[in-house]
Write a protein that binds this ligand. Sequence first.
Ligand code: ATP
Ligand code: MG
Length: 445
Amino acid sequence: MGNFKALWFLVFLCVLVSSFASVASSYVIKPALNDYIIPMIKDESLDFHSFWLLLVRLAVILALGAAATWCSNRIQLHIMTSFLFKVRIDLFNKLEKLPVKYYDAHPHGEIMSRFTNDTDTLRDMFSQSVPQLMSSSVTILGVFVMMLVLSPVLTAVVAGSLALMMIVARKIGKRSAAAFREQQKNIGIVNGHIEEHIEGQKVVKVFNHEKIIEADFAVLNDRLQQSGTEANTFANILGPIMGNFSHIQYAFVSILGAFFVITGSMDLGTVAAFLQYTRSFSQPVTMISQLFNSILNALAGAERIFNTIDELPETDDGRILLVNAYEADIGGEKKLVQSFAYTGEWAWKDNADNHLIRLNGEVVFDDVSFGYRENKQVLHNISIHAKPGQKIALVGSTGSGKTTVINLLSRFYDVPEENGRILYDGFPLNEIKKDDLRRSLGMVL
Ligand SMILES: Nc1ncnc2c1ncn2[C@@H]1O[C@H](COP(=O)(O)OP(=O)(O)OP(=O)(O)O)[C@@H](O)[C@H]1O
Ligand SMILES: [Mg+2]
């Protein structure tokens, strides 16, 4: 979001203006009642000329507020779509840099769910919650100041009940945050399952596996339903609780205000304006509590998106590069020289000393052991010597590890140092830069 600092500032200014308009328009009730309406009841021949001025002033304030609201919504729309654009770019670019291992651990549908469901939660938050949160906070602050000006005693009553509301909101919020996280995770799992079975349709059919697959899916789907119910139960009771709190608060302030008017310590206009503020005070508070849903959901989605974006990329600290070369006569001696044009001859270049060695294609597996998972070894002490130009076929039953040998040679997976070595033209495989290593290999999958 740091890319949009200036725009956020503009939005903030617009929100200030529109909140000011809503606070100021409520205040108009006080002079309207005290200076015009109450005197009118007593004296019917009042001059209403200046009352029109009051109304015009009110209209200007409200028009200004409406314009500011429009501007801030328009800018926020721009921020939201640009932000999602950037998130998708970052996410996609990260996918290109992740090691093959990452794709083993995450089903494709589950990864795709980060592009769809998880980014959707962010969109919902930015299109509704953030703008409302911002204007609500500013309104609360403005209304609070005006309430203090009108009556510190009544303000204390309102502040006390607000504190109570906050405590309740925090308690409920904690429980639903965990449930929303669970829900986003389960959406990913269900998507992964669906993707796998669309891909593997023929396999499922040929093994008559439909019933078992359906039962598996029902279990995952049930888990998603449960976490969805739990997440929304907590979040949905919050709104009504806050709503009722604010009704009780309104009634309480009315009674107290009436008491003050009867005892003569407050005028009717002040109480009427204050009651209006009590409404516009609890409205944003209730609003914020209703936004909890989408905010918590978006936090859960963002966590999954940024888990992927923050995932460590494939490492590559190879210093041996693959370059074009040609043989030159230097002082009667034949030497390999690097060429920047295509020559059809290739050489390994050591980045440290620029020394060139001809690419021969000699591959040595020296006592290599490997397993994809810690407790399941696939290759057991394999030694192969492939001489340049030699044609070799690996033959074996399915799952015996033929593809694994190629996976290691193309460095889709790395062999830990203690489990043997793979040499390519004499270089340990991990000293060759990955791009250059893969450029030197041909593969038909
Ligand atoms: N990404 C992976 N994660 C975990 N285990 C894997 C992975 N890829 C392969 N295996 C396991 O490693 C073993 C060797 O698999 P590999 O794909 O190398 O066999 P293969 O000889 O190429 O078989 P096929 O003839 O069917 O192609 C198998 O037991 C397989 O289940
Ligand atoms: Mg294979």
